[in-house]
Structures are given as structure tokens and as C-alpha cells.
Design a protein around this ligand. Structure first.
Ligand code: IPE
Ligand code: IPE
Ligand code: MG
Length: 237
């Protein structure tokens, strides 16, 4: 792997799926799968930073995931707080900025506090952007964008005839970020599960059967190599 290779993706997005199945295979509680999955998160962040990926967007909790059993949601929130607290120093040492996308206001107060604290602490870092999708759903994001644009139209700030792709992109949580070049989903499901619908219009997709807790740096590097051989045409010849 040539680490300075310009043919590497700038923005990688990952649907981290399969924690529950990993635990089930071992006759463990699903929570154990999430704990092991959190270790993979650490490994992949480190790997992306080393390789020089500019933006890593991780789908950690969806708007639909609120419908899981209360104990599982609570365990995921606890894991998140622990992750934020334990990673703060590493994020600072490695010049990584943390950002969150999604309905952050729905998260429990201790999670919001830890999140805001880590975001403020790492605000000036520019080595890599770590974007956590939390209580994130693309449809909710689009509804929010439409409301935002509609208000601006009503107030006369935007003329409906001059609404462009850029105006829409700038009204999403991912404002100012380039679209993902590569989307990886672990655990083999062939679906998007309400992730970044607008932003992935031309993203390259890679689905692996590996369960997220088993996902490794080696496999990630293999996927980047596969990406480098893709011919991105964007509708042209
Ligand atoms: C992904 O693993 C983590 C979250 C969605 C929070 P799952 O918990 O969905 O694992 P599976 O799909 O049941 O194996
Ligand atoms: C997608 O995984 C959400 C996250 C990885 C956070 P899910 O396990 O929730 O998706 P479905 O239910 O299989 O579509
Ligand atoms: Mg799942």
C-alpha cells in the first residue's frame, strides 16, 4: 500500500454492522459484541489516520436503533461515553477533530456533554476529521434540510428558482464536507439502512461478509486497494 497514494479515497464512510451476530456466534450477550466492536473502531481510526484518509464517517447509531431494547440502547450509550473519554488524548495526540452528525439533541445528557467536550477540545485539529453518525437517519436529515430551505424561501432569503445542489448540500449535517468516495458495509447486508442518502449518489460501495468485530486493518487496506482499481465514471464515458 502506497500511503501517500492520491488514488486513495479522501472520505470513507462505514456502516459498522454485525456486532450482534458476532456475539451470537459465541453464545454471548449482544452487548459483548458492541464492546468488541468498539475495539475495531479504535483500530480503524488509527489505520485511517496512518494512511492519510481526510474524513472517516462512522455509522454508530441510527434513528431506527432507538427501537432496540432499552438495555441495549443504554449499553450503547455507556460505551459511547467511555469511548469519548478514553479516546480524547489519542485524538489530540494524533491531530484528529471529532464531529457528530445526527439528532444529537435526542442523546442522553451525559453523552451530549462528553460529545461537546471532545468536539470543543479537538476543534482546531486538522489531521483528520472523525465524523460520528449518532441518532442519525438520512430521511430525518432531508426533512430537516427541506424545513430549513422552506423557511429561507418564506423569509425571502432564497428564491426557489435558484435552489441548487450546493444549497441542499449546505443544509445537511455534512455541510462543507466532500461526499464519501467509498462506503463500506460489514456483515454482508446489501442495503443502506437510511445512511447518507443524498451524499452517496456517486460513492463506490464495498460490502464485506466480515462481522464488524472481526474487521481488521488488513482487510481495510485490501478494500482500499480494490477501490484504487475502480473506474469512477460519474455518468461520463
Ligand atoms: C451494529 O451491529 C451496531 C449497531 C447497529 C449499533 P448490530 O447490533 O446491528 O449487529 P447485528 O446486525 O445484529 O449482527
Ligand atoms: C445500520 O445497522 C445502523 C448502524 C450500523 C449504526 P442496522 O443493524 O441497524 O441495520 P438493519 O436493521 O440491518 O438495516
Ligand atoms: Mg445490524
Amino acid at each position: 500500500m502506497n500511503f501517500s497514494d492520491p488514488s486513495n479515497p479522501s472520505h470513507v464512510a462505514i456502516i459498522m454492522d454485525g456486532n450482534g451476530r458476532w456475539a451470537k456466534q459465541r453464545l454471548l450477550n449482544r452487548i459483548k459484541g458492541h464492546e468488541k466492536g468498539a475495539e475495531t473502531v479504535r483500530t480503524i481510526i488509527e489505520c485511517c489516520r496512518e494512511i492519510g484518509i481526510s474524513i472517516l464517517t462512522l455509522y454508530a447509531f441510527s434513528t431506527e436503533n432507538w427501537q432496540r431494547p432499552k438495555v441495549e440502547v443504554a449499553a450503547l450509550m455507556t460505551l459511547l461515553v467511555n469511548f469519548l473519554k478514553s479516546e480524547q488524548k489519542k485524538l489530540l495526540d494524533n491531530n484528529i477533530r471529532l464531529n457528530a452528525i445526527g439528532q444529537i439533541e435526542r442523546l442522553p445528557k451525559n453523552v451530549r456533554n462528553a460529545l461537546h467536550k471532545t468536539m470543543a477540545l479537538t476543534e482546531k485539529n486538522n489531521g483528520m476529521l472523525l465524523n460520528l453518525a449518532l441518532s442519525y437517519g438520512a430521511r430525518a436529515e432531508i426533512v430537516r434540510m427541506v424545513k430549513d430551505v422552506a423557511i429561507k424561501v418564506r423569509e425571502g432569503i432564497i428564491d426557489p428558482d435558484s435552489i441548487t445542489d450546493d444549497i441542499i448540500s449546505d443544509s445537511l449535517y455534512t455541510k462543507g464536507m466532500p461526499d464519501p468516495d467509498l462506503l463500506i458495509r460489514t456483515s454482508g447486508e446489501m442495503r443502506i439502512s437510511n445512511f447518507l442518502l443524498w451524499q452517496i449518489a456517486y460513492t463506490e460501495i464495498y460490502i464485506t461478509d466480515t462481522l464488524w468485530p472481526d474487521f481488521s486493518k488488513d482487510e481495510f487496506v485490501q478494500i482500499l486497494k480494490n477501490y484504487q482499481h475502480r473506474k469512477r465514471r460519474f455518468g461520463k464515458v
